[in-house]
Each structure stands twice: as structure tokens, then as C-alpha cells.
Write a protein that binds this ligand. Structure first.
Ligand code: HEL
Length: 351
């Protein structure tokens, strides 16, 4: 790519600001060909006072949605699913509107209500109520369909975890195979992602990982260690565990055409603006961000109790960046961490 060199000092400054705003630690890993940049700040474990390092694994939250979208789009390429067919053709129980298509689910245009709005209205009580629970996909969909649709199918973008829970169920119903197996066989093994797993409903992380710390709604109270949970409330919408090296390899492989045929990659990267300024967009399980230097990067963000993630790559997959802060329910930290994108892809010329 003809991108300016990453501004590593700026990345480090972003991390330090995030720590002043309440994050125990942060990491950023940038990969471009054989060149890697590593920035790690603060603590991975605040009880043991273990230092953060960029190899640590973490819960990626909604970055999982891109893994699910890749599996689904491979099934489309195999002729097993039609993007513009009603999702009800492929589900064991019907969604409330036959007009909802598979593409609507992938692009958050189905209108299906996001049950996490109620589930996590009170942050810590909501989390504690589900952290050890195991949900069935249909249970989660039923929580959503107890509420009216946000919009008529296709009429608007309204982000909802329900869409990717429904896609997980659809994948398993069509193939008879768990999503965990599809992730492993279609993504993890071919790309040799040694630090990526889907262990739902097990609650523990293996190997070297960062602990996650959830901020309470009463911010004067101490952070809650939220590392161990089933993430069953999200599953195919948010339960993947990975690290910076693997997410960079995943998004680089995706955008450089190693995971999907050209037609499906084109579908996935056909972006629709989702903010008034046009700087943020969404395709199929994929976010687009137009940065201050005019470069557009593609990837996904993640918010799961104790972990904020940004994982993005250039349109050709040549340069990738993953950033993590091991806290959540702290919008200031999340916004701050997002500045690693400009530092990593726009360099010192970043606005
Ligand atoms: C669209 C998002 C931001 S929300 C969605 C998904 N994460 C969730 O749905 C979890 C929501 C509760 C998380 C919790 N917050 C509360 O409980 C607040 N009361 C916290 O901060 O840990 C994910 O990941 N996506 C992010 C994404 O795609 O970037």
C-alpha cells in the first residue's frame, strides 16, 4: 500500500489516555507483510499486576460477526443459501416477517429488536444474571420477537445482535454442523490461527490472555472482573476468542480474497453509510471506516463485558491493525481507543 508509516508514538499516547480514562491496559498490533509493530500498555491482570503484552488473547465480541458472515457467504458460494431468499426458508421456526431476507440479517436491516438492550439495561446485574447461563439460539430470538420490529425489513439500518444469532441458527440448521466446526474448518485451520477459538459455552480462556474489567454504572465503584463468562447471550454474534496476530491475519486474508470468491467478497464489501457524515458504513458483517487521511479501512469493532476491540485492514488487506482495551461500559475509553485507527493507517499526518 502507499500508506504513510504508522505513528507508533501516537498509538502509545492513545493507550496512555485510555488508561487515564479507566482502562487497566491496552494493546495494539499492526501487521504489514513481514513487518509487525507492537504497543502494549498497563496491566493484563490488575490483581497479579501482570503487564499487558500484544500476544495476549481476549474476547473479541462482535468481531465474531465477521467470522459468522464469512461462513454464511461461503455457503452462498456453495449454492446452499440464497442471500435474497427469505431467512424463513432456512430456519426451524419462522421469524415474524417473511420479508426478512438473509441479506437483511447480514446487513442489520431486518428490523429485529436487539434483546441485549433489555438484558444489559442495568450493566452489572444484567451481566451477573447471564454470565453463567447457557441459552439456545431460539431462546434469544424469542426474546427479540417479543418486541416489535424496529423497522420494516430492508427499510433501515438498525444494528442488532439478534441478526447474527439468527444467522448462527440458520448455518447450523442448513448444514447440521455447529458454528464452532465451521469456524475451525473454514477459517481457523486454513489460516493457521493458533490463538483463535470458540469455546462456548465454556467460560474460561486458555493460554496467555488479558483479563477483562467491566465498569459499573455507578462509576465510583470498583471495576468488576468479567473475564469468565459463557457469552451465551451472543454466541455466533460475539463469543469468539482471539488475539491481535490472528485478527490481523483474518482480516488481511479476507480483504485480499483468500476466504471468499470475488462475487461474495464484493457482496460483503458493498458498504452502506450508517452515519450522517458518511465516515462509518456497514456491508455484510463488516464495518467500513473512512479515516482522516481519506483511507477507508474494513473490519469490525467489539464490545463484550471487559473488552473493547477494533480490528481493521486496508481494502487490499496489506496493512492490518488490532487494538484492545481490557475494560468496557466506558464510552470514553472506547472512543479514545478508536484513535489507534488514524495513528496506524494515516501515520503522523493523522488529523
Ligand atoms: C454495536 C456494539 C457497540 S454493541 C454490539 C455487541 N455487544 C453487545 O451487544 C454488548 C452490549 C453490552 C455491553 C456492556 N454494556 C452495558 O451493559 C451497558 N448497560 C459493556 O459495555 O460491557 C458488540 O460487540 N457490538 C458492538 C460493536 O459492534 O461495536
Amino acid at each position: 500500500t502507499s500508506l504513510p508509516a504508522p505513528d507508533i508514538a501516537a498509538v502509545s499516547a492513545v493507550h496512555k489516555t485510555a488508561l487515564t480514562q479507566g482502562a487497566p491496559g491496552a494493546l495494539t498490533r499492526i501487521d504489514e507483510g513481514r513487518t509487525s509493530h507492537h504497543v502494549a500498555t498497563g496491566e493484563a491482570d490488575t490483581a497479579a499486576h501482570t503487564q499487558m503484552d500484544t500476544g495476549r488473547r481476549f474476547r473479541v465480541g462482535s468481531v465474531s460477526k465477521t467470522f459468522t458472515a464469512v461462513v454464511l457467504l461461503q455457503l452462498v458460494a456453495e449454492g446452499r443459501v440464497d442471500l435474497d431468499a427469505p431467512a424463513n426458508r432456512y430456519l426451524p421456526e419462522p421469524l415474524p416477517d417473511d420479508r426478512i431476507t438473509v441479506r437483511h440479517l447480514l446487513s442489520h436491516r431486518s428490523g429485529l429488536y436487539d434483546y441485549t438492550n433489555d438484558m444489559f439495561y442495568n450493566t452489572v446485574p444484567g451481566f451477573e444474571a447471564v454470565r453463567n447461563k447457557v441459552f439456545g439460539y431460539q431462546e434469544l430470538i424469542d426474546l427479540s420477537t417479543a418486541r416489535p420490529l424496529n423497522n420494516a425489513p430492508g427499510a433501515a439500518y438498525s444494528y442488532s445482535n439478534t441478526n447474527f444469532v439468527a444467522l448462527g441458527l440458520l448455518i447450523e440448521h442448513v448444514t447440521g454442523t455447529p458454528v464452532a466446526t465451521h469456524y475451525q474448518e473454514r477459517i481457523v485451520a486454513p489460516l493457521r490461527l493458533r490463538n483463535t477459538s470458540y469455546v462456548h459455552p465454556r467460560t474460561s480462556l486458555s493460554g496467555s490472555y488479558a483479563r477483562g474489567y467491566l465498569r459499573q454504572d455507578d462509576t465510583t465503584l470498583p471495576l468488576v472482573d468479567s473475564t469468565e463468562q459463557t457469552v451465551s447471550w451472543a454466541q455466533s454474534a460475539g463469543a469468539v476468542i482471539s488475539n491481535g496476530k490472528d485478527l490481523n491475519r483474518f482480516f488481511s486474508a479476507l480483504l485480499s480474497g483468500k476466504l471468499l470468491p470475488a462475487e461474495q467478497l464484493e457482496d460483503m464489501t458493498t458498504m452502506v453509510p450508517v452515519t450522517a457524515d458518511g465516515k462509518q458504513s456497514y456491508g455484510l458483517g463488516l464495518r467500513g471506516r473512512k479515516l482522516s487521511c481519506g483511507t477507508t479501512v474494513y473490519g469490525h469493532t467489539g464490545t463484550v463485558q471487559g473488552y473493547y476491540t477494533y480490528a481493521f485492514t486496508t481494502g487490499d488487506g496489506a496493512r492490518s491493525m488490532t487494538s484492545l482495551a481490557n475494560t468496557s461500559n466506558n464510552g470514553t475509553v472506547n472512543a479514545t481507543l478508536g484513535a489507534t485507527l488514524d495513528a496506524s493507517f494515516c501515520g503522523s499526518g493523522a488529523a
